[in-house]
Each structure stands twice: as structure tokens, then as C-alpha cells.
Design a protein around this ligand. Structure first.
Ligand code: UD1
Length: 316
């Protein structure tokens, strides 16, 4: 089968590409390298087709999707605080870009498109865990764009018959997540602070919680969402069903590193939600999604990866 992975040089994208190649599929990656990196594709160099372009360029998307069976649409401007700072840019990439991918996928008559949606769609709805039947109520521009992407994917299903599946990822973490931007995922930041002996910053009291999901679980869901029969038009949570507070993650990291982490506490971040936890019953039932790596094991693996990837003192 031939897969187009938008954002395939990024964190979740490149991990997905590795698995697709391992399974013998043909893969095209479309990525503008704004967040992704070519080095993330080092293990599959020569085995995939790489196109450097943005999803905001419709003609480039059309070229990339040519003859694809499946589209995994993962390209996006991530980050809640970035979207609060610059909603226009997040909108341009996440909504206009997604519309381009849908139009190109429709015209290329792909078998199915899988859209990387987000747990941020749930917003501040107080019920835990979050179930797909709950009414979305995003509280950040990022959450809005991800929810609009879902609506567009579903509407393309209705209007043009294009099969679509939306996956609401819950705080995915793991190897290759870029820790270097102010908008990076919290665990990539905490781990690199721990390795660099710098002080991590907690926004708020650290008692906010997340269903941190190791990237291999998200990759599993991505592949199942392409293949599972009879699930078009559906939205699935991709989490683990557990949740940890930031304070708990700091404590666990301290145990893994063998030294306590002394964080500094700053005011809470704009657009932040308090708690997040996935109900994954629907994915288990209809996709056979079965997360294999629980949080603490994922944290150990991720810590080991960053430690191995860290430049030695002489190279710094
Ligand atoms: C949100 C989405 C997630 C999406 C991600 C994309 C929710 C529940 N999750 O993640 O599905 O993939 O955006 O960017 O909406 N924090 C610190 N110190 C730091 C960095 C962050 O304390 O140095 C805090 C944040 O204030 C937040 C928590 O850690 O409370 C998690 O932040 P982050 O990793 O950025 O993810 P979310 O915004 O939860």
C-alpha cells in the first residue's frame, strides 16, 4: 500500500513512517521542516519519497497525494500557547492546510484519510475520563482548529464519500519530540532539564493532570485507523486511560534519573486545561487499539533516548 504522511518528518510522523516502512509499505512524506527534521528520517533514507513543502501549498499537496491509498494527515502547528499568541498562523496551517489535504485527497480518490485530532477539543468539560460522545468545547485557538479539522473531515465524508477517521491524541510523548522551543511538550522539557541540570518550570501548581501517551501507542492507533473496516466518520480517543499530575511526573523522573528535580513554579498558562484523561473503550472495540507501553515505561524509554541523543560535553 502507498501512504502519504503529512508532517512525516515530525515527531509522531517520523515514528509512524518508520513503522510503515518496517511493514513494507511505500511512503511519501510531505513536510516543510518548520518543526520536523530530516534527521528524524535517517533510518528510512532511500526507502521513502520525501517532499519538502507546506500543506498550505495546494499544488504541492496534490503532487504528494498522487496514487496514495491512505493519507495520514499529521502536519500541523502544534501548541496551545503558540495558538494563543498567533491564532492566525495556527488557523492558516491547521484549518486552511487541512482543507487543502482533504481537497487533494478527494481528487486523488484515496481509500481513507486519517486526521490527527486532539484531546484539546474537549476543553474544560469537567467529566473525566473524556468520552467521544461528549460535546467538544475547546478553550484555545489550537483546540478550535483541531476540532474544525474533524468537522471538515467528516463533512468531506458526507459530501464526497471520502472515508475518514479522526484520532484525538492525548499528550503524546517519546523519542524525537523536540524539546528546544518554548512551545515544546512538557515531558521533553522536563527530561532535558533533568539531563542538563537546569531547573524545570511548572506553569501553575503542578496538580494539573494529563493522559500522557507514549508515541508507540499513537503509531499503533494510526495504522489501525487506516486499516480497520467500518469506522469511517468516527472519532477515537488515543490515550492510555491513565492520568498523571505534573508533580507526579517530576517525582518519577527524579527516580529514573537518580536525583530529585527541583522545579520552579510560575503562573498558569493561558488556554491551559486542568485535567485530561481518555476513555479508550471505543478504540479498543472498533480499532482493536491496545496501548502496549504504559506511562512509566514510556518515560523510562524516553529518558534513555534523550540521554543517548545528548551531545557529549566536548561536542557542546
Ligand atoms: C495540548 C493537547 C495535546 C496536544 C498538544 C499540542 C490538551 C489536554 N492536550 O497539550 O493533545 O497534542 O496540546 O501541542 O489540550 N507545562 C509546564 N512547564 C513547561 C511546559 C508545559 O508546566 O515547561 C505545563 C502546561 O502549562 C500544561 C502541561 O504542562 O499544563 C502540559 O503542557 P503541554 O505539554 O504543552 O501540552 P498541552 O497543552 O496539555
Amino acid at each position: 500500500m502507498r501512504y502519504l504522511v503529512t508532517g512525516g518528518a515530525g515527531f509522531i510522523g517520523s515514528n509512524t513512517v518508520d513503522e510503515l516502512v518496517r511493514r513494507g509499505h511505500s511512503v511519501v512524506v510531505l513536510d516543510d521542516l518548520s518543526a520536523g527534521k530530516e534527521e528524524n528520517l535517517a533510518d528510512v533514507r532511500g526507502k521513502i519519497t520525501f517532499m519538502k513543502a507546506s500543506i498550505t501549498d495546494l499544488e504541492a499537496v496534490r503532487r504528494a497525494v498522487h496514487e496514495a491509498d491512505y493519507v495520514l494527515h499529521l502536519a500541523a502547528r502544534t501548541s496551545v500557547p503558540r495558538s494563543v499568541k498567533d491564532p492566525l498562523e495556527t488557523n492558516r496551517v491547521n484549518i486552511d492546510g487541512t482543507l487543502n489535504v482533504l481537497v487533494a485527497a478527494r481528487d486523488a480518490k484515496v481509500k481513507r484519510i486519517v486526521f490527527a485530532a486532539s484531546s484539546s477539543a474537549y476543553g474544560e468539560t469537567p467529566t473525566l475520563p473524556k468520552v467521544e460522545t461528549m460535546q467538544p468545547a475547546p478553550i484555545s485557538p489550537y483546540g478550535v482548529t483541531k476540532y474544525v479539522g474533524e468537522l471538515y473531515a467528516q463533512v468531506f465524508g458526507r459530501c464526497y464519500g471520502i472515508e475518514n477517521v479522526c484520532l484525538r491524541y492525548f499528550n503524546v510523548f517519546g523519542p524525537r519530540q523536540d524539546p528546544s522551543s518554548p512551545y515544546s511538550g512538557v515531558l521533553s522539557k522536563f527530561i532535558t532539564c533533568c539531563l542538563d541540570d537546569t531547573q524545570p518550570t511548572v506553569f501553575g501548581d503542578g496538580e494539573q493532570s494529563r493522559d500522557f501517551t507514549y508515541v508507540d501507542n499513537a503509531v499503533q492507533a494510526n495504522l489501525l485507523a487506516c486499516e480497520a473496516p467500518g469506522v469511517s466518520g468516527k472519532v477515537f480517543n488515543v490515550g492510555t486511560g491513565a492520568r498523571y499530575t505534573l508533580n507526579q511526573t517530576l517525582q518519577l523522573l527524579g527516580q529514573i534519573a537518580g536525583k530529585p528535580l527541583d522545579a520552579k513554579y510560575d503562573p498558569p498558562r493561558e488556554g491551559d486545561i486542568r485535567d485530561s484523561q481518555a476513555d479508550i473503550t471505543l478504540g479498543r472495540k472498533l480499532l482493536a487499539y491496545d496501548p502496549q507501553v504504559h506511562f512509566e515505561e514510556g518515560l523510562r524509554r524516553t529518558f534513555a533516548w534523550y540521554r543517548a541523543a545528548q551531545p557529549k560535553p566536548a561536542e557542546k
